[in-house]
Design a protein around this ligand. Sequence first.
Ligand SMILES: NC(=O)c1ccc[n+]([C@@H]2O[C@H](COP(=O)([O-])OP(=O)(O)OC[C@H]3O[C@@H](n4cnc5c(N)ncnc54)[C@H](OP(=O)(O)O)[C@@H]3O)[C@@H](O)[C@H]2O)c1
Length: 206
Amino acid sequence: MKVAVVGGTGDFGLALARQLAAAGEHVVVIGSRDAERAQAKAAAAGAAHGTHNADAVQGVDLVVLAVKADAALPTATELADAIGDTPVLSVASELRFTKTGVFPTDETRSVAERMQEILHGPVVAGLHSLAASSLADGKAHGDALVCGDDAAAKELALTLAADVVTGDAYDAGPLASARALEGLTAVIVNLNRRYKGHAGLDIVGL
Ligand SMILES: NC(=O)c1ccc[n+]([C@@H]2O[C@H](COP(=O)([O-])OP(=O)(O)OC[C@H]3O[C@@H](n4cnc5c(N)ncnc54)[C@H](OP(=O)(O)O)[C@@H]3O)[C@@H](O)[C@H]2O)c1
C-alpha cells in the first residue's frame, strides 16, 4: 500500500512511518509543511521520500493525518482539494491537560466526524491507543482499533494497523465510535501518568 503520513515529522507520525517502512510492504511518504524537514525525517525513518504535505498526498492509497491534534481540522481544510477522494485515517484526539488529570474536550462529536464534513473522500479513525513512544522502537504492544463508515477505507486502515502492532487490528464499528476511541486516549494518558508506563490495549473474548 502507498501511504502518506501528513505531519510525519512528529513523534507519532515518524514512529508510524518507521514501523510501516520496516514492515517492508508499504511505500511510505512523509509529509510536512517544510519539504526539507520531511526529506530529512524520511531518510531517518527508512521511508521512500519526504515532501510538502500537499505533494505527499498525491497518488497514495491512504493518507494518515498525523499533525498535532489541534491542527488536524485546519490541515484537513487546507489539504481537502489535494487529497480529493483518497481515504484518510484520523489518529487525532483532542485532550485538555490539567494538573488534576487529562480530559477529553466538551465537543460532542469526534475530530474524525468533523473531519468527514471537510474532506471529499471517506474518513476512518484509529490507532489512538498506540503511544508514539511504544511505536518508536518496534511494533506497539497490544491491539489496535479502527472505526469508519466506509468498508473499503476501513479495510485499508485495518491492514496498516495490523502491521504496526504485536496483536491484532479490530473493526470497532462506525465512524461515531471515534468519540469513544478519542476519549479513551485521555484514559490511557491518565493511566500512564498514574502508573508511569506506556499503556496499550488488549481486546479479550473475541
Ligand atoms: N503522541 C502520541 O503518542 C500519539 C498517539 C496516538 C495518536 N496521536 C495523535 O497523533 C497526532 C500527532 O501527535 P504528535 O504527538 O506526533 O504531535 P506533534 O509531534 O506535536 O506534531 C506532529 C506534527 O504536526 C505538524 N504540525 C504542528 N503544528 C502544526 C500546525 N499548526 N499546522 C499543521 N501542522 C502542524 C508538525 O509537522 P511539520 O512542522 O513538519 O509540518 C509536527 O511535526 C495527534 O493528532 C495525536 O492526537 C499521538
